[in-house]
Design a protein around this ligand. Structure first.
Ligand SMILES: [Zn+2]
Ligand SMILES: [Zn+2]
Length: 248
């Protein structure tokens, strides 16, 4: 749905070659993915571009939103779930750890207020911890990664693992990812960063995990032009791009 870091790409005011690139692969909304399993539709993260992402992909039903963490680029679209409330006439199920849910209850107090106004978003909250859980019979294995000091939840669904906003993955959690056929992992830029993997750090982890295919996401304009960077990556690793569809 989106493969850009918190600013998106292009960055407002920036006139670098990536931000000015006419290649649509260099246009990156804020990071999110949609997963369809057995006819159920799940979205991981609900950032500020959620509305436009739902419209672009013509999403007609949504069964749950899973939140990786509470940073703005991952939750700022929560008010826009109202369309699903109105049109489908149902609440939307939201999954997150206690800290993440506490945070959205604080940030979106009007949604949870006892005197909530008619028209405010309607959510069903589900707390997740470290144990695997199922939604509509689809199993999700939480993977706890570190975004500098902040715990962030990644997910493994079958042979697919999705990790965003990590700067460190403990060995126990790497073992939960191992054996995935497809892995999506975050990489912010080429130089080191305190709370995100660099491209070379992400490549090293992926070479260790050795999936069939891997994609880098949560990319900034500093990574470079999509087409140029892809030529330099190992064969099984590619930059993700908005609109990328994988069938596993
Ligand atoms: Zn730029
Ligand atoms: Zn982020």
């Amino acid at each position: 749905m989106g493969t850009g870091t918190s600013t998106g790409v292009p960055v407002i005011t920036c006139d670098c070659p990536v931000c000015l690139s006419p290649d649509l692969h260099d246009k990156r909304l804020r990071t999110s993915i949609m997963i369809e399993v057995n006819g159920y539709t799940f979205v991981i993260d609900c950032g500020p571009d959620f509305r436009i992402q739902m419209l672009r992909e013509q999403v007609m039903n949504l069964h749950a939103i899973l939140l990786t963490h509470e940073h703005r680029d991952h939750i700022a679209g929560l008010d826009d779930i109202r369309a699903f409330n109105y049109v489908l006439n149902k609440r939307i199920d939201i999954y997150g750890t206690k800290r993440v849910i506490d945070s959205i209850q604080n940030d979106y107090s009007y949604i949870f207020s006892e005197t909530r106004y008619f028209g405010a978003p309607q959510l069903n909250i589900h707390l997740i911890e470290e144990d695997p859980f199922a939604i509509n019979g689809v199993e999700f294995i939480p993977i706890k990664v570190c975004h500098d000091k902040l715990p962030v939840t990644g997910f493994r669904i079958g042979d697919f693992s999705y990790i965003t906003d990590a700067s460190f993955i403990p060995e126990t959690e790497l073992n939960k990812i191992r054996g995935s056929r497809v892995i999506v992992l975050n990489a912010l830029r080429n130089s080191k960063h305190v709370s995100h993997f660099s491209v070379s750090e992400a490549v090293a982890i992926l070479q260790d995990l050795n999936p069939e295919y891997a994609y880098l996401t949560h990319l900034s304009h500093f990574v470079g032009l999509h087409e140029e960077v892809n030529k330099k990556l190992p064969d099984f690793i590619r930059l993700a791009y908005d609109g990328l569809v994988l069938t596993i």
